[in-house]
Design a protein around this ligand. Structure first.
Ligand SMILES: Nc1nc2c(ncn2[C@@H]2O[C@H](COP(=O)(O)OP(=O)(O)OP(=O)(O)O)[C@@H](O)[C@H]2O)c(=O)[nH]1
Ligand SMILES: C=C(OP(=O)(O)O)C(=O)O
Length: 216
């Protein structure tokens, strides 16, 4: 089966990322990096993924994710998530004009390659489509076929906004790892139950060890 999708993954500077994981304190940048590393690794292992472009201005994340095989581009517009995604998609299509492009969040540490392949296979049947997050209000994947503008509308209530923009909702079961984005401590606990990648597992275990030590 051809590896036809070019993914675009936005990533904030690590010092600013995942602010809702406030209980993690100083571990927050390390966790945000671990989520992104596990997400990139799983995405690149997915059978329908040709390449992953990470849009980030973070030098450490750029180096680490580049070492995993991601293509790194700076956040040219520096104007928030949607301009970063549109810019990343433009850089893909400047090289590969007929590419199918999908935006994927960098905070999916439980991502399974086979589940992502199912989502991308379903997305083939629509010019533009999306997958809702576990919470049911957001979006974790927005996909656009050849020649179709990505037109990202992530942010508050993005499920509804992507639907209103004419994108088809992918109503799949059994793709929980692709829906499970991690914003809060509760989200992280739920991702750990699903099973996270090795870097998130290590970063989370280190946090538990430290908080156990501080309770003694
Ligand atoms: N390049 C880039 N990526 C962004 C920007 N804003 C958000 N992202 C990324 O977009 C994805 C979804 O964003 P959020 O889930 O809101 O993540 P976040 O902004 O780190 O989390 P909070 O601080 O809790 O809002 C994550 O992978 C973020 O790192 C931005 O301005 N530029
Ligand atoms: C930006 C979004 O996600 P989050 O819930 O991670 O902020 C979104 O779902 O559009």
């Amino acid at each position: 089966m051809p590896s036809e999708w070019s993914l675009v993954m936005p990533l904030k500077r690590l010092s600013l990322a995942k602010s809702r994981l406030s209980a993690a304190g100083g571990r927050r940048p390390g966790l945000a990096l671990a989520f992104a590393q596990d997400t990139v690794t799983a995405a690149l292992a997915s059978s329908l993924v040709r390449e992953v472009t990470v849009v980030t201005d973070d030098p450490v994340a750029g180096e680490r994710l580049g070492a995993l095989g991601a293509r790194i581009v700076p956040d040219g517009p520096r104007n928030g998530l949607n301009p970063a995604l549109a810019y990343g998609a433009d850089t893909v299509r400047a090289r590969l004009p007929t590419a199918s492009v999908a935006a994927l969040h960098a905070d999916l540490p439980a991502l399974r390659p086979s589940e992502l392949a199912r989502v991308l296979r379903a997305a083939r049947h629509h010019p533009r489509s999306f997958l809702a997050d576990t919470a049911g209000t957001g979006t974790t994947v927005l996909a656009a076929g050849p020649g179709v503008p990505l037109a990202p509308a992530f942010g508050d209530a993005s499920r509804e906004r992507h639907r209103a923009s004419g994108a088809a909702e992918l109503e799949l079961t059994g793709v929980e790892s692709v829906r499970r984005d991690v914003d809060t401590e509760d989200d992280l606990r739920a991702a750990l139950v699903l099973g996270v990648g090795p870097r998130t597992a290590a970063a989370s275990a280190e946090g538990l060890r430290r908080s156990g030590a501080s309770r003694r």
